[in-house]
Design a protein around this ligand. Structure first.
Ligand code: HEM
Length: 449
């Protein structure tokens, strides 16, 4: 009778071959990894059972493709909102769950957790990385905390106040363009296009003190930013282009690379010239010259920023922050403004009240300049802007990855390792938070006497 033998493994009779031993060790390691992964996957599924789930498209696709990144998609989310009022699980394919949070009570513990516990999730933000680098939007952990602390001074009111002149001027340029187009018989405008140029024009002046006249003629730099924004959105929608090495073979990938280089070169040149000026003049003279010219911009803030230990930002850090502000500042604001105009057009009675409020404010001034202190004197317009941002938030979702368990107020726990999608749109349209969320929830006050 044949004996039970390990000779097929090379253990017997002539001793173990090192290659076979290596193979065995490798296979055992792989098996252990697979078993650990299967165990972790099942454990995670078990722990997620306390959260409700909309029915999946299929076991393979999960909820992928169910919600398109368009108006119908948002409408579907609105409908789902009536059934899933706090947190629900969404499957991106058969293996990747994400939790969608649509209630402030459950969002708070996630957003209040330290940045190192809930870093931003690169699955959703990763495509911006080659362009924006480690700026505030994409950085995490200690780097984010340090930069956030340094940059908070950039938003001090004293620094923001002089920007009002820039905003007024950009708005006047846009209005002049509209008047000209109207006088030529144009009756339709793509608002988002015009407002994007307005916000980019303003930002380029606030960040770099540069005027490219991009609202009146084409600018290579501004065109590159618009192209990058479009390409990032497009890439999100094409799963076949998610892998870098495939994407950069496509014509879109090559356009992305070219535009990225152009934008980086522009920012690098400004930083280099400014640093040279700072070194040549010394900090005091540099600041005096800036104060006289009233041209203290965001690059200056970044160049001069230092922490308690005297550490400053490197040129690479400054570029990342400046590029981040150009992107984050233009797209969301242009979208927010477009929706404000849309809502005011849909509700002429509110539009009229806003117009009256501004006219009252400017009465007898002989100027159309809105000043910093005026902003607090436009309560009705402010309410309209806020209500428009509620109904149509420009950023519909932000994502975080939980590196530790997060306990929720009702005792349930978000298991560590999961991605949380904090749905700003879902929260703004949640009927528990806003009774009748689709209705403009703003009473029209009686007109002034
Ligand atoms: C209506 C206008 C705006 C909306 C709706 C908006 C929305 C948002 C949201 C939702 C985030 C959070 C992203 C996340 O945590 O994952 C964010 C972050 C950020 N936004 Fe905006 N934003 C607007 C205007 C601006 C402007 C004008 C600037 C700059 C000029 C700006 C710069 C930034 C930066 C730097 C971050 C990253 C902050 C950090 O993580 O510390 N945003 N914005």
């Amino acid at each position: 009778m044949p004996m039970l033998s390990l000779s097929w493994l090379g253990f017997w009779p002539s001793g173990a071959s090192p290659w076979l031993l290596l193979l065995l060790a490798g296979a055992s390691w792989l098996l252990a990894r697979v078993l650990t992964w299967i165990f972790a996957y099942h454990d995670n599924c078990f722990r997620l059972r306390c959260f409700s789930q909309p029915s999946r498209r299929s076991w393979f696709w999960g909820h992928l493709g169910l919600v398109q990144n368009n108006e119908e998609g948002l409408r579907l989310l609105e409908d789902l909102g009536h059934f899933f009022l706090d947190i629900h699980v969404w499957w991106m394919g058969p293996l990747h769950p994400v939790l969608r949070l649509v209630h402030p009570m459950y969002i708070a513990p996630v957003l209040k957790a330290p940045a190192s516990v809930v870093p931003k999730d690169m699955f959703f933000y990763g495509f911006l990385k080659p362009w924006l680098g480690d700026g505030l939007l994409l950085s995490g952990g200690d780097k984010w905390s340090r930069h956030r602390h340094l940059l908070t001074s950039a938003f001090h009111f004293d620094i923001l106040k002089p920007y009002m002149k820039i905003f007024n001027k950009s708005a006047h340029i846009m209005h002049a363009k509209w008047r000209h187009l109207a006088s030529q018989g144009t009756t339709r405008l793509d608002m988002f296009e015009h407002l994007s140029l307005l916000t980019l024009d303003s930002l380029q002046k606030c960040i770099f003190s540069m005027d490219s006249h991009c609202q009146e003629r084409s600018s290579e730099y501004i065109a590159a930013i618009l192209e990058l924004s479009t390409l990032v959105v497009k890439r999100h929608l094409q799963i076949s282009r998610h892998l870098d090495f495939l994407y950069y073979f496509t014509s879109d990938g090559r356009r992305f690379r070219r535009a990225c280089k152009l934008v980086h070169d522009f920012t690098d040149t400004v930083i280099k010239e400014r640093r040279q000026a700072l070194t040549a003049q010394g900090v005091d003279n540099f600041l005096k010259a800036k104060a006289n010219a009233k041209s203290f911009d965001f690059i200056d803030v970044l160049l001069l920023a230092k922490d308690e230990k005297g550490n400053k930002l490197s040129d690479k850090d400054i570029r990342a922050e400046a590029d981040t502000f150009m992107f984050e500042g233009h797209d969301s604001t242009a979208s927010g403004l477009s929706w404000v105009l849309y809502n005011l057009a849909k509700h002429p009675e509110y539009q009229e009240r806003c117009r009256k409020e501004v006219q009252e404010l400017l009465k007898g001034r002989g100027t159309e300049e809105i000043e910093w202190d005026d902003l607090a004197l436009l309560p009705f317009l402010t309410m309209c802007i806020k209500e428009s941002l509620r109904l149509h938030p420009p950023v519909t979702v932000v994502s975080r990855r939980c590196t530790q368990d997060i306990e929720l107020p009702d005792g349930r726990v978000i298991p560590k390792g999961n991605i949380c999608l904090i749905s700003i749109f879902g929260t703004h349209h949640n009927p528990i938070v806003w009774p009748e969320p689709e209705v403009l929830s703003m009473p029209l006050p009686p007109p002034p006497p």
